[in-house]
Ligand binder design. Structure first.
Ligand SMILES: [Zn+2]
Length: 101
């Protein structure tokens, strides 16, 4: 019986100390830890996005960077499909192409 009470007391002490420590830590690092639940799912979602992109890589004719055809902004221009990294590049090309005739 004595052992059980000792064990229970120990358990209670551990729980209380744990709570106090937890509360203190939360108090000190509250800002940092409280932002984690909000931020982590979002960052996890972004990270879970596949890094390897299947499909073809083509060059953006405006900024010359390579873009995946899967993710590109497309423009049908004189029978061919052009791929752009962004809407801005697409619009820029459309403007210059329209100006050039
Ligand atoms: Zn671009």
């Amino acid at each position: 019986m004595g052992r059980l009470i000792e064990y229970l007391l120990e358990l209670v002490v551990v729980l209380i100390v744990g709570r106090l420590l937890g509360g203190t830590l939360r108090h000190f690092f509250g800002a940092a830890t409280l932002h984690m639940p909000d931020g982590s799912p979002r960052t996890r979602k972004e990270r879970s996005r596949p890094q390897t992109v299947r499909g073809e890589m083509v060059r953006d004719p405006v900024c010359r960077m390579f873009v995946a055809t899967e993710l590109s902004h497309r423009l049908e221009w004189r029978g061919q499909t052009l791929h752009f990294c962004s809407k801005e590049c697409l619009e820029a090309y459309r403007k210059t192409a329209a100006a050039a005739g």
